[in-house]
Design a protein around this ligand. Structure first.
Ligand code: GDP
Length: 310
């Protein structure tokens, strides 16, 4: 399965788990071992606040069960990690035709945002692939009109996975107009989902804010009064604190409803999942595990923690 592949890749790259479980081979945890556990969690990008919470809860749990059995201690650690990534969060994506207030059948609209290079366009393609495999009909909107190459790249993904891409025929067209056209096309073709790719130039925060805000408003206008279903923020898991900083800026610019962490195949620092969820207060919904079209998978808290600890 995909989770097994993640497990394998993470363990090949030297996992968080290998570090942690290596520290928990003998039952007695002394202060220097606690320090090493803390360090390992911070190295895995869990972040200071999640690390503190995990340390405190783990200490308490071990005290309560009063054990020196390494197997029980590892199980306690596993439980605490599961709690941190929170299996109770709703990670489903809206992906079906809906009825707008005026009775019109409209698609679910997913807006994809994130800094250039994080894997946004690739993720749009991979997400379309996932939805098509579930028998959903999908339309893509190339609302990153700043670079012609961005729309070309998206259209290439569109034809690869067999879905239509709505784009402008000229560079520098209004991104919001493309978003409007994509939603309109989605309504016209009775699509289940329209996925809108957007620009990610972080250099100009005000410009980006205006642009994404307008794309959102105008796409919404095309929806006959229905709401945009999702704004997914794409983050590169290999960028650590830098990625966290980007996440903060984007969540100030648009109201994010979910996260996609890409390039988890290239890092042992999976702790960023708990860190970013906690910071932004929205769930990680999907993770990217490679460059291929089948390398996007729904996030599963239990499988993820098992992968981390393997
Ligand atoms: P954008 O600028 O944010 O749209 O980023 P792209 O979609 O162009 O992706 C940037 C690079 O990251 C490309 O080379 C992608 O193939 C690669 N990429 C995207 N997602 C993943 C992933 O989950 N794992 C790996 N290893 N590479 C990825």
């Amino acid at each position: 399965s995909r989770m097994e592949r993640l497990r394998e890749r993470l363990s090949r790259s030297g996992s968080l788990g290998r570090g942690l479980l290596g520290l928990l081979t003998s039952g007695k945890i002394d202060e220097s071992t606690w320090d090493e556990i803390e360090e390992t969690l911070l190295l895995a990008d869990l972040g200071p606040s999640a690390t503190d919470e995990l340390m405190e809860n783990l200490r308490r749990r071990i005290q309560v069960i009063s054990t020196e059995d390494p197997v029980a201690i590892r199980e306690a650690l596993r439980q605490e990690l599961v709690n941190l990534v929170d299996p109770t969060l709703d990670r489903r994506l809206a992906a079906t035709v809906r009825t707008a207030p005026d009775g019109t059948a409209v698609p679910s609209v997913i807006m994809m945002v994130g800094v250039n290079g994080t894997g946004k366009t690739t993720t749009v393609g991979k997400l379309a692939r996932v939805l098509v495999a579930e028998n959903r009909s999908v339309v893509l909107g190339a609302a990153d009109t700043f670079r012609a190459a961005a729309a070309d790249q998206l259209a290439t993904w569109g034809s690869r996975v067999g879905v239509e891409t709505v784009r402008s025929d000229r560079d520098g067209a209004d991104p919001a107009a493309v978003a409007f056209d994509a939603v309109a096309r989605g309504i016209e073709t009775s699509a289940d989902v329209v996925i809108i790719d957007t620009a990610g130039r972080l250099q100009n925060k005000k410009g980006l804010m205006d642009e994404l805000g307008k794309v959102r408003r105008v796409a919404q206008k095309a929806l006959h009064g229905d709401e945009i279903s999702e704004v997914l923020l794409v983050l590169d898991a290999t960028t650590g604190q830098n990625g966290m900083q980007q996440a903060r800026v984007f969540s100030e610019v648009v109201q994010v409803t979910g996260l996609v962490l890409t390039k988890l195949d290239g890092t042992a620092k999976g702790g960023i999942v708990a860190n970013v969820q906690r910071e932004l207060g929205v769930p990680v919904k999907m993770v990217g595990l490679g460059e291929g079209m089948d390398d996007l998978t729904p996030f599963d808290a239990y499988g993820f923690v098992d992968a981390l600890l393997d």
